[in-house]
Design a protein around this ligand. Sequence first.
Ligand SMILES: [Zn+2]
Length: 62
Amino acid sequence: MKSDIRVCGDWEAAHERPVYTLGDACPECGADAVNSAPAPFNPEDPHGAYRRRARLRARDDG
Ligand SMILES: [Zn+2]
């Protein structure tokens, strides 16, 4: 069975560190709590590849 622990979906903006909860909302700021399975902070910035692709595309245009 998967863990029920969730993390504040807005912790990066609202807190200095992830706020975990067993409920549906962050107990501190009330934001939606999201499943903590996908790491709240990704070592491999998922937007990095996207940004790279966007830059390549821009270069193609020029
Ligand atoms: Zn919060």
